[in-house]
Design a protein around this ligand. Structure first.
Ligand SMILES: O=C(O)C(=O)C[C@H](O)C(=O)CO
Ligand SMILES: [Zn+2]
Length: 278
């Protein structure tokens, strides 16, 4: 019996998205119920064929399975995957080799690996992103000490945050995938402000470590025609290549950003000054 639930999301044209109301915005871009006991939950999106998912092994180990959309024998036949643990310390077995991931540690697994098993020990929550891959690169764990850490923003503007680059080209060889974690410093609420777009790459944001009862208002849309979606803890949102991706929380929080597309240049961004947004 399959341990995987999956759904499909088409890509939206920016002119169409301008007319979306709250329900349509949520149904096209919001990804929820990522963590379901003893299931792998995947969304296959038409933004660069990016897959976003959550894996919560509780009573049994969960093996990564292919899904019908791939028409492949196994998940990583023509794909690569990035995994970040946002729960208790957990273990991922990659073709027989165990990798232990503490909270906020990452694992990259390249194209061609046949067996990936998520162990049901220690209450882990594995957040995953996957993109098509044309070449095999070695599996690599990125622990806390190997991350590239940058301080961004300023408390004066309520956007002071720590950005941890985990799966980026200076640390791990990948075909398309880039992933990392940004943590808002207490008292600060704005992420990715000033906003940017990058038509060369799509992006997905996954918000976590948000205090119970609090929320993040995620801003999307073209810089001069913005929309918002309120997100709860452990929800994700797709960001099309034409869209900004920024958020303001009612408290501080952390989020995982992941991207795929034309290049592996993290700094390739078209920034829009705050006073020019509409
Ligand atoms: O806080 C930030 O700024 C970010 O985390 C930005 C993301 O990493 C991003 O959008 C990369 O393109
Ligand atoms: Zn971005």
């Amino acid at each position: 019996m399959t341990n995987t639930k999956y759904e499909f999301k088409y890509a939206s044209h920016p002119e169409d998205a301008k007319a979306y109301g709250t329900d349509e915005l949520r149904s096209h871009f919001l990804l929820d119920n990522l963590f379901q006991d003893d299931f792998i939950k995947l969304t296959y999106s038409m933004y660069d064929r990016y897959v976003v998912g959550g894996i919560k092994p509780v009573n049994k180990d969960l093996q990564l399975e292919t899904i019908p959309y791939f028409k492949s024998e196994f998940f990583l036949e023509r794909r690569e995957i990035g995994i970040i643990n946002v729960g208790g310390t957990g273990t991922v077995i990659v073709d027989g080799t165990p990798y232990q991931l503490e909270k906020k540690e990452a694992l990259y697994i390249g194209k061609g690996i046949k067996e990936v098993v998520f162990k049901a020990d220690g209450n882990p929550l594995f957040y995953i992103n996957s993109a098509p891959a044309h070449q095999s690169f070695p599996t690599k764990k990125v622990g806390k000490k190997s991350a590239e850490v940058i301080e961004l923003g300023d408390s004066k503007y309520a956007n002071k945050r720590i950005l941890n680059k985990l799966i980026v080209s200076s640390i791990v060889s990948t075909c398309q995938l880039q992933m990392g974690i940004t943590e808002l410093v207490e008292g600060n609420v704005w992420n990715t402000m000033p906003v940017h777009t990058h038509e060369r790459r799509m992006e997905a944001y996954f918000y976590f470590d948000l205090e119970a009862g609090q929320t993040v208002c995620h801003f999307m849309g073209q810089p001069q025609n913005t929309r918002h979606i309120f997100l709860e803890n452990n929800q994700a949102v797709l960001s099309p290549e034409w869209s900004i991706h920024s958020g303001a929380g009612t408290s501080n929080y952390a989020f995982i950003w992941g991207m795929a597309g034309e290049n592996l240049d993290y700094s390739d961004m078209d920034v829009c000054p705050p006073n020019l947004m509409k």
